[in-house]
Design a protein around this ligand. Sequence first.
Ligand code: MN
Ligand code: MN
Length: 467
Amino acid sequence: MTKKDNKVKELKEKLFMEKKNSGLIMTDAEMKAADKFNEGYKAFLDKGKTEREATKAAIEIAEKAGFTEFKVGKKYKAGDKVYCNNRGKAVILAVFGKEDIEKGVNILAAHIDSPRLDLKQNPLYEDSEMAFFKTHYYGGIKKYQWTTVPMALHGVINKKDGTVIDVVVGEDDKDPVFVVTDLLIHLAQEQMKKNAANVVTGEQLNVLIGSRPFKDDEGSELVKLNIMNMLFEKYGIIEEDFLSAELEVVPAFKAKDIGFDRSMVGAYGQDDRVCAYTALMATVEIKGTPSKTVVTVLTDKEETGSDGSTGLQSSYLEYFIHDIAESFGKNGRHVLSASKCLSADVNAGYDPNFAEPFEKMNCAYMGKGTCLTKFTGSRGKSGTNDASAEFVGYVRKIFDDNKVIWQTGELGKVDFGGGGTVAKYIANLDVDTIDLGVPVLSMHAPFEITSKNDVYMTYKAFAAFIK
Ligand code: MN
Ligand code: MN
């Protein structure tokens, strides 16, 4: 190498940015820690396939770590750990810090609802001596992906007398599973000509649940009767009880390692339970008393626009901040205005098999660490929080100081689509907010993929932000 070459190399190293694969940076010990962390993550995914189950699993973990249920009006002190259960579908955790709460709290916000098929209120019918459940899909899905996949049924049935029956069928190895059928290729000449959005329609997402008739010589709908009779015997429910039920059809498979090198996790519902679990663990494993109060919210309804009492367009997070402020004799509005938030949600990982919609300079890559997303939205950044340069600088320094491997990401090329997160709803409360999360392949498909190193780095990023 000549002297001149050396100078170029030196200058490039000094001036150019290079984001390397985490596998080239992490030590063997850290990679081992990442693998171990992901074992806990996979168990959490299997345990919490719905927002209700994820809430329950999160509270279980929090209680083990010494969190107790928050009581409005009670006096708390630094170091106290509380949680607030919102209708069994969302949960807020808080660890009270040493500093005056009016100097702001550090918020982590992730969502625990995922795309799925919800049963309609009148779901059960029989056609051609087969029994089905009618569904209305929840969140944005490519409908054709949800056919011929083994499915489980999760949820609750609220009976008229007030009893709530928990339902989980399809998760135990001995359980039956359910399925949405698809047309055989031999007869699909017309179907294959259709636009992918219409290959399978919403009203075709009917779940096959039985085919054996009730043994009797008379009457119609004997397959439906047989199913209803079984449900009565098992749960004591009649058809009318479906009216006050929330039953969700989700993929029946468990979380698995992907690849010969086991470097990735494949599972249903990683958007956004991957950020929920990493935020939860960073919060419950906090060492000592943090300087600022930590507020971690695992919310519901993100996939349908965050509306409703358990979504972040409702006031439940704001009310909680007011309640904890009052507990210290402070003003909740002042707390909010001084607060900072990592809105924890996944971003699209670059997929070389579908390169077209990605802008290679500004998309997130699998294995290059947790992904900081300054803005989301679509068509001219419409409908987005857009974090300030100052706030990006603030988190950038925290990540670098704490050896977090991170990258930035934009959700696809300009004018190729887009999306949003809960970031804007929190930012609208006058809180400095930015998105951070794990890059995902096949997002919103029944089986989504993440990199174990990215999962671990997201956990590290949250821990550094709130410590
Ligand atoms: Mn999400
Ligand atoms: Mn999503």
